[in-house]
Design a protein around this ligand. Structure first.
Ligand SMILES: *Cc1c(COP(=O)(O)O)cnc(C)c1O
Length: 313
């Protein structure tokens, strides 16, 4: 791994599964925390910030780490003969892919439930000479449809000639893009962290951090110990938390997410509402937790709101 002189996240071009790149400014900004570390009583807390915080040089213009997943996914899709991509999202993924679509001209079809439509916007930067938004087709599903319905419709659309699904955690470009968070942390800290904390809905980020840590271990310069994964879900909808706590590899819907639709409506963090996460599958969240001796947590809405205030302060 040798950091390159390329824009944004492409600094880690060596370990990204694409031949080309695209001009984005977003990359994780890893810094040693003072305020939050003190509040939590920690001496060595590093934050890998993925969002928009220009004073810190953090320029993910669509404001989430999905902007690490979209660039390599779109570049790689095009290199593999892809002509258009379809995805379902309640916000962050849609914004990141829509933005990358305007930067590259690669067509995307985005399916969202109506109540999430207001989460969709893109920065006003596009390809010169091309009208921003021209390459994006937005399908808004009427009220009563949730994320799971949007996923089902996008799966049907992906069967149309010329259309490909973005693939979620199964897409190596999404995982390796997301893994850049851990690469940036390891390069900044000069070693892998002992612990890795993340809120999960699909768990792609946890899988990505685990896979990146396996490669960093092979590299040899960043330590031998894999970071322990600490993955959190938002109650009342926390299927992976319940399955993991019961020491099960399988999610049993009746036990782990009874009344899923209602539980999802009650969540504060509805971006974490994935009903079929890659938990059981080989190489998925369960394996990542086992291999890193990881742990899962469930956070209530009140706890989430107070943590948000604390972080901002
Ligand atoms: C997508 C997203 C998550 C969940 O990430 P996964 O690893 O895909 O489960 C958490 N936080 C934010 C801000 C996100 O955009």
């Amino acid at each position: 791994l040798s950091p390159c002189d390329l824009p944004g996240m492409w600094r880690y071009y060596d370990w990204l599964p694409a031949r080309g790149y695209v001009d984005v400014h977003g990359k994780p900004i890893t810094y040693k925390s003072e305020g939050l570390a003190k509040e939590l009583g920690l001496k060595e807390l590093y934050i890998s910030f993925n969002g928009y915080w220009p004073e810190m040089d953090a320029r993910m213009d669509t404001c989430s780490f999905k902007e690490l997943e979209a660039p390599p996914t779109i570049v790689r899709a095009r290199e593999h003969g892809g002509r258009a991509m379809v995805l379902a999202s309640v916000g962050n993924t849609a914004r990141a892919f829509a933005y990358l679509s305007t930067l590259t001209g690669f067509p995307v079809v985005i399916v969202v439930p109506e109540k999430s439509a207001s989460n969709l916007w893109i920065p006003g930067r596009g390809t010169p000479g091309r009208e921003p938004g021209r390459s994006i087709k937005l399908i808004t599903m009427e009220e009563g449809n949730d994320y799971a319905d949007a996923i089902r419709l996008s799966e049907r659309i992906s069967g149309i000639e010329g259309m490909m699904p973005e693939g979620g955690a199964r897409n190596v470009a999404r995982r390796d893009g997301m893994g850049v968070t851990l690469l940036d942390a390891a390069v900044s800290m000069k070693s892998m962290p002992d612990d890795y904390f993340q809120a999960i809905g699909s768990g792609t980020g946890g899988i990505a951090a685990w896979e990146a840590s396996l490669r960093l271990r092979d590299d040899g310069r960043f330590g031998e110990r894999l970071p322990k994964l600490h993955l959190a879900q938002n109650l009342p909808f926390a299927p992976m938390y319940h399955a993991w706590r019961a020491k099960r590899r399988d999610i049993i819907p009746d036990l782990d997410m009874p009344n899923a639709k209602k539980q999802i409506e009650e969540m504060y963090t509805d971006i974490l509402s994935n009903r079929s996460p890659p938990y059981t599958i080989k190489g998925g969240v369960y394996d990542a937790l086992m291999d890193t001796e990881g742990e899962m947590y469930a956070v209530t809405n009140d706890e989430a709101k107070s943590a948000k205030k604390q972080f901002e302060a």
